[in-house]
Design a protein around this ligand. Structure first.
Ligand code: ZN
Length: 351
């Protein structure tokens, strides 16, 4: 398995589309085929993209929203750039706003200057591929986002949800911070960090707290034909829809799962740290928990296990508590949260 099936996973994982296709959903089948074409397109595009273009850092990130006009082309037609007034296309405006809210969160809550922390522009392509593409992507090779319109039955337009936009932009942060290897535990951590940022930005935008939030991921893009309420639940992994394969405890982690199956379960097992994050946030607040995770992020190596990640988070917790930036009980809160999902602190244990 291959490198090439890594990183090209969209917001809707292949295994979900396969579950749908097995039930006879033609649109899901179509999206699976389209994703192969998209991979080829990105491979080609990558060769034309200069690394310097990729960073396009001007200190202050600018938003550039393009219309792919239902083609596979990137940066096809610039519709709205930073500072422009709203345009006729509502999808463009929503994307512009949600990218802006996510940048605001990065800046104000995490002290991060855009995706690469150097003011990289946020380039988003809407109406990507044909009019019914059931997915959204961050292409780290291109430094660009792409949003499909959805088929309208299973999924709505993917740009219409703040957690989708923030989740995909967070994949960009991972790319620059530690490039978590997209398989098994490290891959599940990669997905986990995107869900952490996705939910934190969503709660920020909706003025929610850990107590009032629904902790669902993708609830705003599922359509009337979706058999459930969302793609994932961070509060109760495995309960978001009728075939939800997420687990919430390390006892259910299967290290022998073949990589062909969701890269070794990156979306199944992200439920484990997701639940630990939820438990932490209910004790110290979502923003503080997100800031803690963000601080630990660069100290988690690209092949990290859940235990490694916990070790880094505990270390950051000690530092931030010492500096008075997090409440005293944070270290024990995090430890307990991970213990509840079956992950214990590495030895030598922090006492
Ligand atoms: Zn993802």
């Amino acid at each position: 398995m291959s490198e090439h099936s890594e990183h090209k996973e969209g917001f809707i994982p292949r295994y979900v589309l396969k579950q749908m296709a097995e039930r006879g959903n033609k649109e899901a089948e179509k999206t699976l085929i389209q994703m192969i074409k998209i991979e080829e397109k990105v491979e080609k595009e990558k060769k034309n993209t200069q690394v310097t273009n990729l960073l396009h850092s001007g200190n202050v990130a600018e938003r550039l929203i393009y219309d792919s006009e239902n083609t596979d082309e990137f940066k096809r037609k610039l519709i709205r750039k930073e500072g422009d007034p709203p345009v006729h296309d509502e999808v463009v405006n929503i994307t512009y706003d949600f990218c802006g809210k996510t940048l605001d969160y990065f800046k104000n809550k995490l002290q991060r200057n855009s995706i690469n922390n150097l003011g990289m522009d946020v380039i988003a392509n809407v109406h990507y591929f044909n009019g019914e593409l059931n997915n959204a992507f961050y292409f780290s090779e291109l430094g660009q986002l792409a949003f499909g319109d959805g088929d309208g039955t299973s999924f709505k337009n993917f740009a219409r949800s703040i957690d989708v936009v923030a989740h995909e932009m967070a994949h960009g942060i991972t790319h620059f911070v530690n490039d978590l290897h997209y398989a098994r535990e490290s891959g599940a951590l990669n997905e986990h960090f995107s869900d952490v940022i996705g939910t934190a930005v969503k709660q920020f935008v909706k003025n929610q707290t850990a107590e009032t939030a629904d902790w669902l991921i993708g609830d705003e893009i599922v359509g009337p034909g979706w058999r459930g309420k969302a793609l994932r639940s961070m509060k109760a992994p495995g309960t978001a829809y009728d075939e939800d394969k997420q687990v919430a405890h390390f006892d259910d982690f299967d290290p022998t799962l073949p990589l062909e199956d969701d890269n070794g379960g990156v979306h199944y097992y992200s439920g484990i740290p997701n639940k630990a994050f939820f438990l932490t946030a209910t004790k110290i607040g979502t923003d503080k928990a997100a800031f803690l995770w963000y601080t630990a992020w660069p100290n988690i190596h690209s092949n990290a296990t859940f235990k490694d990640a916990l070790g880094a988070i505990l270390k950051s917790a000690e530092t931030l508590v010492h500096r008075g930036e997090l409440p005293q009980e944070t270290v024990s809160v995090v430890k307990n949260a991970f213990e509840e999902v079956g992950v214990s602190a590495p030895v030598p244990a922090l006492t």
